[in-house]
Design a protein around this ligand. Structure first.
Ligand SMILES: CCCCCCCCCCCCC[C@H](O)CC(=O)SCCNC(=O)CCNC(=O)[C@H](O)C(C)(C)COP(=O)(O)OP(=O)(O)OC[C@H]1O[C@@H](n2cnc3c(N)ncnc32)[C@H](O)[C@@H]1OP(=O)(O)O
Length: 255
């Protein structure tokens, strides 16, 4: 029985709920359950489209930093590409997928949303890739999918600074596709997905395959660079500082 990633099917829509309070921090279990749910919604003929949502405080606040901090450079070298595949599991689902973004969508959490086809954000949502504040880079496909979505300069700005953007700026950037009042975001995402439930599923799958070009080489490079950073002093400084002092207080050495 899935613990933190639950699937229910309503009509022809598979609804995926991320549920690991308080902020849906993504750990090993979540990654494995994401892979299982992606396989199930792919396999099930009664699922014609997918909605992913989290809780009011967070869609997902990124990787569980306690778990990441415990990983050595060798661990990450062995696991990085599997981690990325777990976060990007929804990208390969051959059906329309939509994320309903509430609260914080950060790091691996935003990378999950980036692996879906559409992002509908609450007007109170905050999005970002703050991995740099931990001394690393996005390792769940964010360097590839964000750049493809909002362009190189804007992607570099968000990755270099680790800053959060509000829903209004996210819409302007093209990071999200719609912004609605927080209390409406799930219903809007569900309605968007439900329009496909009696459509030509094979054509949707073909469209997704044609439009979402193969990102494998870039994802491989990202994973290698992400893993390399797990051998640096700045990674130790960044993650220790987060666990001891909270976000954004690390004093890096550049080594
Ligand atoms: C070897 C096998 C693989 C093992 C790992 C598999 C993992 C699968 C996913 C991996 C993805 C990797 C790639 C990805 O790019 C890397 C990342 O995502 S790095 C993390 C990025 N995210 C962040 O840096 C966000 C950090 N958090 C914050 O900025 C803030 O907490 C917040 C979310 C803005 C909320 O702020 P506040 O409202 O002020 O609340 P608090 O800060 O007090 O937080 C409440 C509570 O939650 C804890 N918490 C918050 N975020 C995380 C987190 N990311 N990991 C762990 N815990 C988190 C915070 O510590 C508080 O806990 P408490 O103090 O109450 O115990």
């Amino acid at each position: 029985m899935a613990e933190h990633v639950r699937l229910t099917v309503e009509g022809g829509v598979g609804v995926v709920r991320l549920d690991r309070p308080p902020v849906n921090a993504l750990n090993r279990t979540v990654r494995e359950e994401l892979l299982q749910v992606a396989a199930e919604v792919t396999r099930r003929g009664d699922v014609r489209a997918v909605v992913v949502h989290g809780g009011p405080k967070a869609f997902a606040a990124g990787a569980d930093v306690r778990e990441l901090a415990a990983l050595s450079g060798a661990d990450m070298a062995a696991e990085a590409r599997r981690i990325s595949a777990g976060i990007g599991a929804l990208a390969s689902v051959p059906k329309p997928t939509v994320s309903a973004l509430t609260g914080f969508a950060l790091g691996g959490g935003l990378e999950i949303a980036l692996s879906t086809d559409r992002r509908i954000a609450a007007d109170t949502a905050k999005l970002g890739l703050p991995e740099i504040l931990l001394g690393v880079i996005p390792g769940g496909g964010g360097t590839q999918r964000l750049t493809r979505l909002i362009g190189e300069a804007a992607a570099l700005d968000l990755v270099y600074t680790g800053r959060f953007v509000d829903a209004e700026e996210a819409l302007k950037l093209g990071l999200v596709d719609e912004v609605v009042p927080a209390e409406e975001v799930y219903d809007r995402a569900f309605a968007y997905a439900a329009q496909f439930e009696n459509g030509p599923s094979l054509a949707y799958a073909a469209a997704k395959k044609a439009i979402k070009q193969d990102l494998e080489p870039g994802l491989d490079l990202e994973s290698a660079l992400f893993a390399d950073l797990f051998t640096t002093e700045d990674r130790d400084i960044g993650m220790t500082s987060f666990l001891e002092n909270g976000p954004g207080k690390a004093k890096f050495t550049g080594r």
